[in-house]
Design a protein. Structure first.
Length: 199
């Protein structure tokens, strides 16, 4: 079992995936809530069946996979729909993260939980690491992904604010600079977490 669990969180477009990749390159086991969610909604699985039952077969692509773009548009325009999807996915995602951390043999592991603050999953981790950047930079990055202004606004409106997230942070990565600066911060934190885990 990992002696130290670090939860990495941050708003959409803040750079969680890039930071997680840098940790992984340093040999840190990384368990990603979004990836677990994607596995849970593979065709035929219980969560897939629950979502299809709730939203109908119109939500499916020709091969049977859930059309993630279509589902995203639905849930971010309809709070009731979003709560329904969260009720289906969040419990098994959090349970899987806990199981993976319990069976992890490394000194510490990284749990990537985008909605850590929103779902108040603080008991899963020993430390909360927030990756932070100005909201204007989030907007710019999301535009580059091809999201419309309306979609970006709808997504950000459902997420915790920067002050809320930072309130819960034990450590903060400032991702408003270059990739080199981000990598340097990850390397510094890696050494700090290794020391904490060895105590």
């Amino acid at each position: 079992m990992a002696r130290l669990r670090v939860a990495l969180t941050g708003g959409i477009g803040s750079g969680k995936s890039t930071a997680a990749r840098y940790f992984a390159k340093l040999g840190v086991p990384v368990f990603d809530a979004d990836q677990i969610g994607r596995d849970l909604v593979r065709p035929g699985r219980p969560a897939w069946r629950a979502i299809v039952e709730r939203f109908g077969s119109d939500i499916l692509l020709p091969g049977g996979e859930i059309d993630r773009t279509k589902l995203r548009r639905i849930v971010f325009s309809d709070p009731k729909a979003r709560r329904a999807v969260e009720a289906i996915l969040h419990p098994p995602i959090l349970k899987t993260l806990d199981r993976l951390a319990r069976t992890c043999p490394a000194p510490y592991c990284l749990l990537v939980i985008p909605l850590l603050v929103e779902v108040e999953a603080f008991d899963l981790a020993d430390r909360v690491l927030v990756i932070d950047c100005p909201e204007a930079l989030q907007w710019e990055r999301l535009r580059q992904r091809g999201l419309s202004e309306e979609e970006i606004g709808a997504i950000l409106a459902t997420q915790a604010s920067r002050p809320e997230r930072l309130h819960y942070a034990d450590e903060v990565i400032d991702n408003s600079g270059t990739l080199k600066e981000l990598k340097r911060q990850v390397e510094t934190l890696h050494q700090a977490y290794r020391k904490l885990a060895s105590r």
